[in-house]
Structures are given as structure tokens and as C-alpha cells.
Design a protein. Structure first.
Lengths: 331, 331
DNA sequence: CTGAAAGCGCTTACAG
DNA sequence: CTGAAAGCGCTTACAG
């Protein structure tokens, strides 16, 4: 494989000069720069990544640390995030290293200690996430996807779930509903202390109380449970409910079929509100009121924050919460 | 950050000895090895990845190259593949670098030339995929996900779509169907010359002819089209069809609801056969005959083939096609 | 304006 | 059984 010495020889200059040309150092004359560029072109030279990283102490790669349970349940969101993160990072010359591990804090520690990445994106952060304190204590540039109660001084990006919950209840109150069903993420998600689930639930309950709405909470036992069973049971248990709020990915996917099976007509028999990223609506027929989650916007912000943090480790912490608009969608 | 010299000093040995201990070289006495290990432990030392990579010319990272169109359509499969690849690679000490680009061949060229990875997994390979010839001409260890007509001597892994097509027709013939609807991947997938779509279609048609079955082909225009429209239209256009074969991810997701909306009862009114990875069935109610695609098995094989290829570049090429069993599932 | 040289942090023949 | 030294391929003060 051709290296910088080969290029230097071919161009009749020193390695240093080649290096300077490659970094567009203005001290090199256009004349010699041209010679060097020609040699680079002719030989098909590309900088050796490890050598450069060793020398400049920058790897131009970002570590994406995901918890291990993704394999077990259907999450179209996971792929979407990974894809967009990689694409967005590439715009700034960064690659993404995906690290999927059930001991994310150890994985993070190792990746940082071996200097394999310049910073981290933490996916699916929970309230007691060990990755948070690990990243903070290492002083590794990190942005968390999620809204942990204590972010240990790390930057974070999330949808504004409390705001969404508030919009939802205000909308339903305005429509005159007084009894609703709240179908939430599975118990295992709550057990894992995922902020998006906790914050949404808590705000819904708080706002429901304020607006005099009775909210019945139901959720599947775990990620493998069939959510349509939960939907059906809840309609049986709370026959007077006039609306349902869905905050559960797989439940939202099976909901249309479930209602059709049960003979429940949306929205005449039941008003349904869902929280879902708009990308997933594309090929799904969901005639519900929905609150769009713009994953691309979240990802762009996450990458931007991480790159700022890398270049300026001491800037003040930022927590970015996106308040996405609620929209009516009848397809 | 602590380096090998710090460890050597703390243990009272040379850098070389530390290095030998780390690689379990049997020539080092257990006594000095213990000293070194203690120092490593005390100082929290981890090998600098770039330095090691530069020295041994191995990066212990695998490049996963995905085409750029994934962002636009719902593919739960994408996330599943990325996750499992990363997890599987980790078992062998490898990390995965995700490279999402619309010019995958250039991205591959660059990643290889800069020696950032030891080999590649190509996702979603098509018949005229420029990544194939690029990887082959570079001599980069590579395994393709898919069944390109010409694999340029590269290893590949795929479900055996022709076999699945054959099973499907044999099954339907045995049930006595003589007229069926084939709902395939969108026109844009065919335009992209994706092998899984082409091979499945061709074999279905060939086998149908053999068994005296009339097969009507329909497909959505592109990935953004609502596949339920296509389903409904096909039932209108071919009222005598007694079975439908679904080979289209989003169509399979919306199919249950669509049939319910149309008052079509499966399987009494219509026999439906789908091809789908079993992980996606978890939270979906699809009372259809299905052919399981075991993504984990595919991924494990892909990683295994790639690692063999890396350690033995001249081994004979292997094309692994998985013939997954057809199974009845009524949930 | 360009080049010689040191240094980044490892590994690995080679001596002893 | 252990260490000194060269080498991996870059970058970057520092001279000139």
C-alpha cells in the first residue's frame, strides 16, 4: 500500500511537504503543491488512518453506544437512528462506530481508554444509566439521547415528552373527553427507568388531574407481549373511555388492525392519539391524531452538540428538548 | 492518559516485557507477568488502539457499508441487521464501523485505502452493485449480503429465495390453488436490481407455470406508496384469486389491517403466504402462513465468513444460501 | 518556502 | 528470560 514516503519521492519533495500540502498549509507554493497533488493522484494515496490518529490524537470517529436489548423487540426506530447518525456524522468527516453491549459503561470505558473514538452518543439513556457517570468521570465528550433525571453534566437531546403529554391532554380536554385510556410502554421499559416513558406518563397524569380527566393506565407486561391483547382488554375494562393515548411503538403498529378486528371505528367510536416519528407513517395507515417526532432533527442536533463538545470541552452543558407539533392525520 | 511506558516503569520492566505479557507470551515468567498485570490494573491501562493498529496492521474493526436509501422507508430489518452484526462481531473482539453512503464504492475505497477496517460487509447488494467490483479489485476481504448474479469472487450470504419461492408454489399447488396474486417489492426495488426481489419473482413464475398456476404480479410504485392500496386494487382486479403471496415488508405490516378493512377473512377467503424474519412477528398479529427468515443465523454466518476471509484471503469463495423452513402460524 | 528530526504508542525480531 | 532498538506512517515545531 502506498504511503507518504512514496508520494514524497514521486513528487521530489520531503514527507513534511506532502503532509503540509494535504492539510492545505498556505506556506507551500502552488507550484510544489501541484506536483504533490499529481503524485497523490497518480499513486492513489490516502492517509493511513491509524498513523494520523496516533499523531494528532484525533480519530474522527464517534462511538454510538446502544444497550443490548434491541435485538429482542421490534424497533424500527433503532435502525433509523443508526442510519441518520452515520449519515449526519459523515457530513463532518466523522465515521460512526456502533457498540452494542449490555454493559455499556464498560464498553464506553474501553473505547475511551483505547482512544478509539473522539466522543460518544448514548442511545436510550435511562434514569440510572451507568454510562452517564462513566462518561462524565472520564471527561469524554458525550451526548445522551434521552432525558435522564441527572445527566451528570452531559449534554442531552430528546423530544419534549412532558410538552407532548401536555398538548395531548389539552387537546383531549378541549374535545370534551373525561375518561381516557393510556396505553404505555411495557412494564419492562418502566423497570428500566426510561425517561421518555416515565416523563410522559407522569405529565399525562398530572395534566389529566388538572383538567378533570380520568386516565386509566394499561401496558403490556414486556416487549414480547402481544400489545393487541392489552388494547382489547383495556377497551373491555373501561367501556366508558372515549379516547386512547398510545405511547408504545409496537402497540401503535398493531392498533389499526386491532380496532378493525374489534369493530371499533376510529375516530367515531374512539379518539386515538399517538406519538410516533413521521418516518414510520410512510407505509402505515394510521388515521389517528399524531404527534410527530422528527428523528432527523434530533439526530442533527445530537451530532452538532457532540462536535461542539469535542472542540470545546468546557462549554456550558446544554439540554435540548424538542417540542414537536401535534398534527391531525387522516390518510 | 496512561501508556505502556508508564506501566513498564511502575512494574520495573521494559516496554517490550509489558507488551509480551499483554499478549500472553509464554516466554515471560509468571512472576514478572504478575507484576506487570498488577501495574496494568493499578494504572487502568488499555492499549492505544491507533498505535497498535499502526504497528500490527490490523484494526480489529469491520466496515458495514449500507446504501443511502434506507432513511426513506421503513425497514425494521435494517436496525436488526446492524444490531446483530455489531453484537456478533464483538464476540470475536471486532468493532463495527457503519458507513452509510450513496456512493458505497467510493466509501469502500476510502475506508480500505486509509486502512481503517480489516474487511467489509456489504448490505443490500444488487446485481449491478459497484461495491462488488471495487471490493474485488482492491482485494479487500468482503462478504456480500445478497445474491448478486456475479459476485466477483466475493463471499456472499443470503436467504435462498428461489427455494422459498419453490416451497411457496408447491404448498399452494398442493392446496389446490390455480390462480394467485403475487404482491412484490416496489418497482423501485426492481429497478435497483435487488437480487432477493428478482430471484423470488422469477422462480415463482417459473414454478407456477410448472404447476399450472396463474400468477398475477402486482407491486407498489415506490417505497413511499401505500401498499394497502395495491392490495385492495389487486383483489378488485383479480377476484378469482384464492391466494396471495406477499414479498414486501411494508405490505406485510399493513396487510392484516387492510384485509380487516375490506372484510376479507384470512385464511377462509384468501390464503396468504408471507416471507418475513421471525423477529418481526413478535409484536405483530399475522395469522398467515409464513416462511421464517432467521436474521441472526444469516448475520452469524456473514461474520464467520468475513473473519475466515481475513485470516485466509486465498481460501475458495463461498456462497451460502439459507433455506428456511415454511411454517404455519396462527396466533 | 522547504526539510531533517523528533515524537505519537505500540510490536517484534534480534541480542544477550 | 528480558531489554534495546527499529519500525509502523503520519504531523509539527524548529532550523535554515
Amino acid at each position: 500500500m502506498v504511503n507518504i514516503s512514496d508520494v514524497a519521492r514521486a513528487a521530489g519533495v520531503s514527507k513534511a511537504t506532502v503532509s503540509y500540502v494535504l492539510s492545505n498549509d498556505p506556506r507551500i507554493t502552488e507550484q510544489t503543491a501541484a506536483k504533490v497533488r499529481k503524485a497523490v493522484e497518480d499513486l492513489g494515496y490516502t492517509v493511513n488512518h491509524a498513523a494520523r490518529a496516533l499523531s494528532v490524537k484525533k480519530t474522527m470517529t464517534l462511538g454510538i453506544i446502544s444497550p443490548a436489548y434491541h435485538g429482542s423487540y421490534l424497533s424500527a426506530l433503532f435502525g433509523l437512528h443508526m442510519y441518520l447518525l452515520s449519515e449526519q456524522a459523515a457530513k463532518f468527516g466523522y465515521d460512526t462506530l456502533s457498540i452494542c453491549s449490555d454493559s455499556g459503561d464498560q464498553a464506553l470505558n474501553k473505547a475511551w481508554a483505547s482512544r478509539k473514538v473522539d466522543g460518544f452518543i448514548l442511545m436510550d439513556v435511562s434514569d440510572d444509566d451507568p454510562r452517564l457517570s462513566m462518561a462524565a468521570s472520564l471527561g469524554a465528550p458525550t451526548v445522551a439521547f434521552g432525558s435522564p433525571l441527572d445527566s451528570y453534566g452531559l449534554d442531552s437531546v430528546d423530544s419534549d415528552f412532558p410538552k407532548a403529554a401536555q398538548h395531548t391532554i389539552e387537546y383531549l380536554a378541549q374535545e370534551g373527553h373525561t375518561e381516557i385510556i393510556l396505553l404505555l410502554w411495557s412494564r419492562s421499559i418502566f423497570r428500566r427507568k426510561m425517561g421518555f416513558a416515565l416523563r410522559f406518563r407522569d405529565t399525562i397524569l398530572e395534566q389529566a388531574k388538572i383538567h378533570g380527566i380520568t386516565a386509566h393506565i394499561v401496558f403490556p407486561e414486556d416487549d414480547e407481549s402481544d400489545p393487541s391483547v392489552t388494547i382489547a382488554a383495556s377497551l373491555r375494562d373501561y367501556p366508558n373511555a372515549t379516547a386512547m393515548v398510545l405511547h408504545n411503538e409496537s402497540a401503535t403498529i398493531v392498533a389499526p388492525q386491532t380496532f378493525a378486528d374489534l369493530g371499533v371505528h376510529v375516530p367515531d367510536d374512539l379518539r386515538v392519539v399517538t406519538l410516533f416519528p413521521k418516518q414510520l407513517f410512510t407505509s402505515m395507515r394510521i388515521p389517528f391524531v399524531s404527534i410527530d417526532i422528527d428523528v432527523a432533527a434530533l439526530v442533527e442536533t445530537a451530532i452538532m452538540l457532540l462536535l461542539s463538545r469535542i472542540s470545546n470541552p468546557n462549554a456550558p452543558m446544554v439540554r435540548q428538548a424538542f417540542d414537536f407539533p401535534m398534527s391531525l392525520k387522516y390518510q
